[in-house]
Design a protein around this ligand. Sequence first.
Ligand SMILES: NC(=O)c1ccc[n+]([C@@H]2O[C@H](COP(=O)([O-])OP(=O)(O)OC[C@H]3O[C@@H](n4cnc5c(N)ncnc54)[C@H](OP(=O)(O)O)[C@@H]3O)[C@@H](O)[C@H]2O)c1
Length: 305
Amino acid sequence: MKAIVVTDQAAGTAGMTLVERPEPRAAINDVVVQVHASGFVPTEMEWPSTWTDRAGRDRTPSVPGHEVAGVVAAVGYGTTGLSVGQRVFGITDWHRDGTLAEYVAVEARNLAPLPGDVGFTVGASLPISGLTAWQGLFEHGRLQAGQTVLVHGAAGAVGTMVTQLAHEFGAYVIGTGRAADRQKTLDFGAREFIDLENEALEDAGSVDLVFDVIGGDVQRRSARLIRAGGTLVSVVGPTDVRPTDGLAVDFVVESDRAQLGEIAQRIRDGRLRTNIGDIATLDNAVAALNPTERRKGKTIINVRP
Ligand SMILES: NC(=O)c1ccc[n+]([C@@H]2O[C@H](COP(=O)([O-])OP(=O)(O)OC[C@H]3O[C@@H](n4cnc5c(N)ncnc54)[C@H](OP(=O)(O)O)[C@@H]3O)[C@@H](O)[C@H]2O)c1
């Protein structure tokens, strides 16, 4: 099968090459998915799991991309709940070969049915950003209706999902980003926008929840804005600050069939919009994933256009 592989961590995405690889087999509880569309997170080249298996052994050449939408092509021994021919989407294991390939092996429990009226391109854009937003707001952040949420990077892949879900849930959303992100952030449901490069973050006032995708100084300053009992939710690594009388949580998203279903339902009925930028084929994926200028929205690779 055709697949994009990486072998050299220092080379980053520039080291991606399109090669022929053996098709994966379905291990116990796996399915093999014929990939129709694949999503890639630009920071994957920094994740240890891109380079080693769970025991820390080199696993290169590895196939990046961990969001998939496709069709079940084979079912492993003991696999229940999904059948051959079924449309599915979800997140694949960080430590195994990913979705920038014609086929991927994935544990069935990490996939959910993809409704027939949600296209594969949209399906591949949802799992990581949608589930990260859902879990950060509702599980780790314990969001309540009426609370104020400060969403960093609100025009990004995760941020647009966070903004929409928090807004739908009845929260007051203040989004942040760069000057050019203002209108997009407001269009996705934020009530206010702070341009982090030209305006004071402290203008946000007191908030109940900070959803941080940036880290560093932005995160430290944000922690001071959190009311007693509030939460700093980070997805960019362990936090070195904790809000006074509050919690700081850093987490890594997990696939969840029921939550994927909630997200798909919201796409179907228009409560949620996805944030796709460029769309490319697998043959053009290396160039598309190495843009020469800043891209807006998520790049999706249509493996079976
Ligand atoms: N732990 C987890 O489970 C998990 C899950 C998903 C994502 N993540 C992480 O979350 C981060 C965001 O992911 P994403 O897919 O949402 O990325 P993205 O689509 O690039 O969104 C990030 C947004 O934040 C903006 N931004 C970044 N730094 C900024 C700064 N200093 N000032 C103003 N705006 C800034 C970006 O603008 P520019 O494009 O102009 O820089 C972009 O609009 C990544 O580090 C990713 O690895 C973690």
